[in-house]
Design a protein around this ligand. Structure first.
Ligand code: NAG
Ligand code: NAG
Ligand code: NAG
Length: 375
């Protein structure tokens, strides 16, 4: 940690960052959605799509193109067409590290910049991400499908009792994040996890804050990949130690054994690193909060859930969002795994109203399908 930060900052992160998967807001955009205005008959309404079991068509889907790929929906929407740039590299790997990148990112402060970070810590971490897998999120693990369908599972209370588990698991890839409790909630949230996204800060805070709710370990699995969100130097240092299978040598996680979090398999192919420039692009284009210019500007970060959902939108052909905030958020608890109903909480480090409005707009444009429930 080379950055002086007061106790308030850490308290906000401890309290706030752990809730980042659960997108809560003051959004009051009530009323019925205008289904399929643009997508028309080719795109079923979300309520149909979310109640029809999808497992049944997974066998026949292979080799068939998407009915309505999200890139096509983006093209048809003037607002989002100007925001999306599908050429932006999503991941940072060895091949993309250059003097130019160092010069540019070392001018920017954390989160997402490298100002004050020792070059050796960045360079040595990135040099380990040198396989072709490291540069691609969906990689070459299996033959490329014609339509890659992804589910991103936030931790919002809307999933309690939702029975969406089979629908979630029917997707080709499932993204989860932070306090993703699965045991005991399989019917509602499914069991499949292809990606688990986090910063070291949010992962460790989730393990503390949601322990009693059952989040006693980070999800593991042979096919599971971890997505590091580099918000601080500690993320690079932890990532390097995880790939090398050694204890963290320095910084605030000094002495940690990465295997306690990620399991015994230490290899570069297990880990992905979001490109800091990709996160800055997302923040600038999609999540430009007024907080960037307010007194909270040094705290502001998109939530982990927002980063995972936007990552999926840049890597998959179709994306469904489960457990993300909807206009009737107040009917649901903070998290699906809460023992007693908790009201939603707003923290200065995120802008959940902005995120909620974005999911709604993307849903209306047919770019993603937002799981909704009347409760
Ligand atoms: C999209 O991103 C690529 C890669 O960063 C960049 O070269 C290109 O100029 C961008 N295009 C637009 C329209 O922003
Ligand atoms: C990647 O880097 C490691 C460590 O420096 C090296 O052993 C390995 O051969 C490299 N792999 C590739 C594909 O370049
Ligand atoms: C979860 O759903 C059950 C059944 O509908 C309900 O009894 C319980 O209060 C809910 N939990 C929370 C935390 O809202």
């Amino acid at each position: 940690m080379g950055l002086p930060r007061g106790p308030l900052f850490w308290r906000l992160l401890l309290l706030g960052a752990v809730s980042s998967g659960i997108l809560l807001t003051l959004l009051s955009a009530a009323g019925r959605p205008h289904w399929g205005l643009r997508a028309g008959a080719r795109y079923t309404t979300a309520s149909q799509a979310f109640t029809r079991p999808k497992a049944a068509d997974s066998g026949t889907r292979k080799g068939r193109p998407c009915r309505y790929p999200l890139a096509q929906a983006v093209q048809q929407d003037p607002h989002f067409r100007a925001l999306f740039n599908f050429s932006q590299p999503v991941l940072l790997a060895a091949g993309l590290f250059s003097q130019e990148l160092w010069d540019s990112l070392s001018q920017r402060r954390a989160p997402y910049g490298w100002q004050g970070f020792p070059r050796q810590d960045i360079a040595s971490t990135l040099s380990l991400l040198n396989s072709s897998d490291s540069a691609q999120l969906l990689g070459s693990r299996e033959p490329r499908r014609d339509c890659i369908r992804c589910a991103v599972v936030g931790n919002g209370g809307i999933l309690n009792g939702s029975r969406q588990g089979p629908n979630i698991d029917a997707h080709d890839y499932v993204f989860r994040l932070n306090g993703a409790v699965i045991k005991g909630f399989e019917k509602d949230v499914g069991t499949k996890t292809s990606f688990y996204g986090f910063t070291v800060n949010t992962m460790k805070n989730s393990l503390i804050a949601y322990r009693t709710a059952g989040f006693t370990a980070v999800p593991r699995g042979q096919d599971l990949r971890y997505i590091f969100i580099p918000s601080d130097l500690r993320d690079y240092v932890m990532l390097r130690s995880a790939i090398l299978g050694v204890r963290v040598p320095s910084g605030i996680d000094k002495g940690d054994r990465p295997q306690t979090y990620f399991g015994p398999e230490a290899s570069a192919s297990k880990f992905k690193l979001l490109h800091p420039a990709f996160i800055s692009y997302l923040t600038e284009r999609f999540l430009k909060s007024k907080r960037i210019i307010s007194k909270f500007k040094d705290l502001y970060m998109p939530s982990t859930g927002a980063l995972m959902l936007l990552t999926a939108l840049h890597a998959c052909d179709q994306v469904s969002a489960y457990g993300f905030i909807t206009s009737n958020f107040w009917k649901f608890s903070d998290h699906y795994f809460d023992r007693v109903k908790q009201p939603l909480v707003f923290y200065a480090n995120h802008d959940l109203s902005l995120e909620a409005a974005l999911w709604w707009d993307l849903h209306k444009a047919g770019i993603l399908q937002l799981y909704q429930h009347r409760a």
